[in-house]
Design a binder for this molecule. Sequence first.
Ligand code: H53
Length: 830
Amino acid sequence: GYGPAFSPTHPLALAPVGSPPHSVDGFVAAFLAELNTKQGVALSHSSTNAQYLALAGTVRQYLMARWLETSRKTHEAKAKTVGYLSAEYLLGRQLGNALMASDLNEIAEKGLAQCGIDLTTLRNQEVEPGLGNGGLGRLAACFIDSLATMDVPCIGYGIRYEYGIFRQTFVDGRQVEQPDTWLALGSPWEFPHPDESVQVNFGGYTEKSVDADGREKTTWVPSWNVLGVPYNYMVPGYLNGRVNPLRLWSAQATKAFDLSIFNAGDYAEAVRAQTFAENISKVLYPEDSTPQGKELRLQQQYFFVACSLRDFLDHELEEGFDLHDLPSRIIFQLNDTHPVIAVPELMRILMDERGFDWEEAWEVTHQCFAYTCHTLLPEALEVWSTDLLGRLLPRHLEIIYGINDRFLAEVREAFPGDELRAGRMSIITEYPERGVRMAYLATVAATKVNGVAELHSQLLRDKVLPDFSALWPERFTNVTNGVTPRRFLKMANPKLSDVICDAIGSGWVTDLERLKELETYALDDDFLAAFREAKDWNKRRLTTLLRNRDGIDLPDGHLLDVMVKRLHEYKRQTLKLLHVVSLYEQVLSGKLAPADLTPRTVVFGAKAAPGYRMAKDIIHLINRVARTVNADPCLEGRLKVAFPANYNVTLAEKLIPAADLSEQISLAGMEASGTGNMKFALNGALTIGTDDGANVEIRRLVGDEHFFLFGMSEPEVAALGARGYDPGAYYQGNAAIRAAIDLINSGIFSDGDRGMFESVTMSLTHHDRFMALADFESYVAAQARVEERYADQESWTRSAVLNVARSGYFSSDRSMRDYLRRIWHTQPML
Ligand code: H53
């Protein structure tokens, strides 16, 4: 609480403490104070890590006053806030972004140099917080960056995993996972607030009673609980003084929890209880878009959502706030189905704790939630068994049944006699066991449901939720994903940023459509030369990094062909690999002279979910192909495969700016959006891609001549599936496919072991669920067009410039504007 001299309205309590002076001297003084007084080390004896921590602390000081001021302003204005609920935030390193957002880069560089310290060395000391798997988690990070930059009040809510996404290593070419100990050397970006901890209940049973007014009342009698401790992170807007909070929850045992056992005399048991509670936020589940249905995962979901709702209601609203007006103050955006348990949780709070009746509670709940779906894969849609859910959250299951009963009554009223439809639409499924379809629950509850690219939103309406879009057509909308230009262009690609700024100024950093002004420069020789020089610089930077980080040598002057994303069959890394193997086979068999190959380095980066066997086999195969191809002298200087381990945001920031060719080759209708595709185009890589996800929009905007389209369209995929797809016919009928697959089966990549990659080749020739063989010929033809264009460097560079100039639409600032207008109905505070 506040001391007597500092009532919340006391002027000194209102005025945040000022920042250090925005000067080199001010910076150095603050930095040395951090080092000396916070860490107790002298500059002369400080380790790189101590210096990094001191630097982070210094930058934090500059952001502090703005952070407090932002919070004061938002509360005072009673502004509507976006509550972004996401189980993942793939933030990437914080230091560079914080320096950029507070305009401290130059000052820090000079100040540190005065202390004999190199800023880049300190930057490289940071271990990125990998609190997400892939696209979905990175999207959340881009969105909160954009909201802060656009001066929109937002609280990001999530989980502070003690271990983020695993660190990938290769042993004999196979993926081996190591724990991500990102907190080990200190975590200077977070503010723990044990004083604002929240209790979260689990288990037990419910009791019905009748209150004094004769109304039926339900009480949840839980059997155990844990404490959620919030850790605040600063989300600084770009040069605008706004700093929004990201609030991540960490699980801790409650006193009551362990004391009862402790009092009974079993100390060891008490400690075990503590460990049990803390397991909840211990580790990020490493499955990307394939939920495992594990109990701990549901605990995580309820844990962070319960903490977040409680936090918002208790700490962000003034005392006595009438919760009937809650929709005027908050919109909770559900990032996929992971946080959907928030729906029955808000119902429970309003009914059981605040005395709302069902209809009142439902009206408020409905207005307070919007749902983003990020997938089309049926196996990615979460279903929780009622058995598990009822055991862990008995009251919530009752409420879900209540929601379903009323919903199905509405369906029957709209479609009388159509029992089949009611069965199809039920939130509860009976197969393979009774379960709650979380996507249906989200759709029934939400004011708006959106997909993440135009094609995806269309397919969501037509194929995943057709009955729902028939019932509520106006509920469905699209917001195409975006990426933050601050991190992924200005920060990751400083050379290209300078070239752009020299031509059109710096307005594009917060208004990315201004890149349009570069179109005229696509014909300017000086500009093209500067553009190419930036690309070359990025390639040299990458070469140095990969040499030091992985011992990989990137040859000079190669077309850099990059496929980086999670390893998933639908993304079709095997299609890219078959292309490589086919080129190799043609050289081996004398069909192709090595001198006729366009010198090319293919870079893969991909993590596989640890339990996803096929994905791990594919990683193994890529590494083995790389080993053989790279060692074969006949390909020397012509074809190389590089597979740096542990692809993450930090590596992406170096890889993407260096790339010439971006591989976006999922089977049409499978990739909801993709966001890597946008980052590559924005950095001047050309895309080879299918008509899938946001590729459709990228191609439309950059123009057909500047995009290498191949493969079946989604309707063609559907038609082929309906006719019956037979990959064996493609294997038999296409000599190149057959030769490539046979080469893998020959044992050439596996020291003569012909069976080593049978799982992969058999899957391709017998099932090929994602139709890689059907698209192979078209893919190879598109690669030939790539090589033809690349031979004309001027024409290639012009296309690259036009890709940059026409990618402004893919700023996450634009995505946020679309959410504000179409879904959240709130505005920037400016
Ligand atoms: O979300 C990205 C999309 C991408 C999609 C990805 C995603 C996950 O990373 C995890 C779960 C899920 O359902 C979807 O695969 O296409 O770009 C952001 O929307």
